[in-house]
Design a protein around this ligand. Sequence first.
Ligand SMILES: Cc1cc2nc3c(=O)[nH]c(=O)nc-3n(C[C@H](O)[C@H](O)[C@H](O)COP(=O)(O)OP(=O)(O)OC[C@H]3O[C@@H](n4cnc5c(N)ncnc54)[C@H](O)[C@@H]3O)c2cc1C
Length: 500
Amino acid sequence: MNPQKPGLTRRALLLGATAGLGALAGRRCGAPDNHPGPSFPDPQAAARAGVLDDASQLSPTPVASHITIGEDPRAGAVERIRAALAEARAARRPFIASAARHSMGGQSLARDGTVATLDQRWLEADPARKIYRVAAGTRWSTVISRLDAVGFSPAVMQSNNDFGVASTYSVNAHGWPVTFSGGGTTVRSLTMVLADGSAVTCSRTENADLFRHAMGGYGLFGVITELELDMVPNALLAPRYEEMRGVDIGARFAQQLAADPAIQMAYGRMDVALDRFFDRALLITFRPTADQSKIPPASGSGLVSRASRYLFRSQLDSDRAKRFRWWTEASLGQRFAGTASRNSLMNEPVVTLDDHDSFRTDILHEYFVAPARFAEFVTACQAVIPGSYQQLLNITLRFVNTDHDSVLAYATEPRIAAVMLFSQEKTARGESDMARMTQALIERVLDIGGTYYLPYRPHASLAQLSRGYPRAAEFAARKRAADPDLLFRNQLWDGYFARL
Ligand SMILES: Cc1cc2nc3c(=O)[nH]c(=O)nc-3n(C[C@H](O)[C@H](O)[C@H](O)COP(=O)(O)OP(=O)(O)OC[C@H]3O[C@@H](n4cnc5c(N)ncnc54)[C@H](O)[C@@H]3O)c2cc1C
C-alpha cells in the first residue's frame, strides 16, 4: 500500500531499477555471425510496393488493395466497409479486416486481396450498466484512457495496449485479470457486416452460433464494426511475490486464485538462464489496497521502463545477463515494487521492449496446459528449447478460466497460459530451426492434453491443429456455409482450415 508512488508501476520498478545496473550484466552484442546464410524473408520481395507484413516481419504478403477505416461506426464506417466488400466481391478477391496487425502468421493478411485496417476512437461508456460500446478498430490505449476517466477498467485485455478491440475478440485474447477466460467471454454483443453486405447483431441470444464462431474466429465470418463489452471498477492494487520451484507454479497459481477471491490480477515468470532453465518461478498476485480513495490516473511504466530495454536485450546469448535479470525480478522486484492501478498495469505499448535490430525479430509462442500438468510442460520445455538455436528472452504465465463460448476454444478447462518471447534471426536457417522447434514443442504439449495459440507463426502441422482444436473441421464447415464464396480469407484459412 503506497499511494505516494502512483507513477512508478510494477514494470518500471522491476525493469527500471535494473537499467542503471545493466552494465554489470555482461553482454554479447547480438550481431550476426559472419556466415548466417540466406535472409528470410527475401528482403527484395518484402520491399516491393503493395506488400504488407505483420508484427513478425516474416509474413510479407502482396495485397491488391489496402484501405483504412477511421470513421465511427455510426458515421460512415459501415457504408465504407460495404462498398469495399462489394468491390472485392466483384473483383473475386479475398477480404480481411485488421487493426494493428500484431498477429504473426498472416492472420490479418489476404494474399492478393483487400486488407482493411480499422483505426477508430469511438467509445460510449454506461457506468450504470457497467458496459461500454466501442468501434471495432479502437485501440486499447484509447479504451483505458476513456474508462479511466469514469473510474472503470476493461474486464479483460491482453498485456499490450496497441491492439484493436475487435482483434482481441477475433483471437479471443486474454491477459492478467483473473479469474476470467478469454476477452471474448466479456463481450456482450457485436455488430458484424457479413459476406452479402448485411449487418447483423450477434450475442449469446441473437445469432448465437455466429457469435461463438466469430469469437476467436480470426475475421473469417465478417467484419465486426462495433462491440459492447463488460467493464469493472478500476482499483489500486498492491503486488505480492512468491518464489518457488518451476515445476510447482502451475498448481500453486490455481490454488492461490481459488483460495483468495481478492486477487484481481496475477502473472508468473520463470528463470530462462540456460544452465538452470525453468528451475525457478515467481508468482505475482495483485490485491486491492485498503485505501481506494485516491487512484492515480492511468500511466504506463514510462521512461524508466523504456530504459530497461537495455537489460532485457542484453540477455541475447548471455546466461550471465539472464541470471542478472532473474535476480532483479526475484529480489529487487519484491523489495521495491509499489502500488499501481489496474488500468496502469495494462497500459503498456509493445514498443517498450522493442529490439531495434534489423537482423532479428521477436516471435511469440503460447501454450495452454492444465495446472496439474504444468510440471510436465516444464520438462517438455527443458527437453526442447535449450537444444534449439532460438533465444528465449522471457516467459510470462497467466491463468485462463474455462471458455464456454468460442468454438475454437484454447481453454476447454482452466489452464495456465505460457507466453514465450523468442528472438529469432531473420535467416532461412533461423526460420527452419524455429519451425522444427515449434512443432516439437506443440507435439509435447498436445501429448499432455494442452494446446497452442493460433495468432502466432504457422508452423504447426494440420494434424497438430486438428488435435489442439478438435472442433476445427466443424469451424471450417460453418465458415463455408456462412461465406460460400470464401470472401473472408487470410493465411490461417489458406494454410489450415481450407484443407479441412
Ligand atoms: C507483443 C505482443 C503481445 C501480445 N500479448 C498478448 C496477450 O497478452 N494475450 C493474448 O491473448 N494475446 C497476446 N498477443 C496476441 C495478440 O492479442 C493478437 O495478435 C491480436 O490479434 C493483436 O491485435 P491486432 O489489433 O494487432 O490484431 P490483427 O493482427 O490486426 O488481427 C488479428 C485477427 O483479428 C481479426 N480482426 C481484426 N479486426 C477485425 C474486425 N474488425 N472484424 C473481424 N475480424 C477482425 C483479423 O482478421 C485477424 O485474424 C500479443 C501479441 C504481441 C505481438
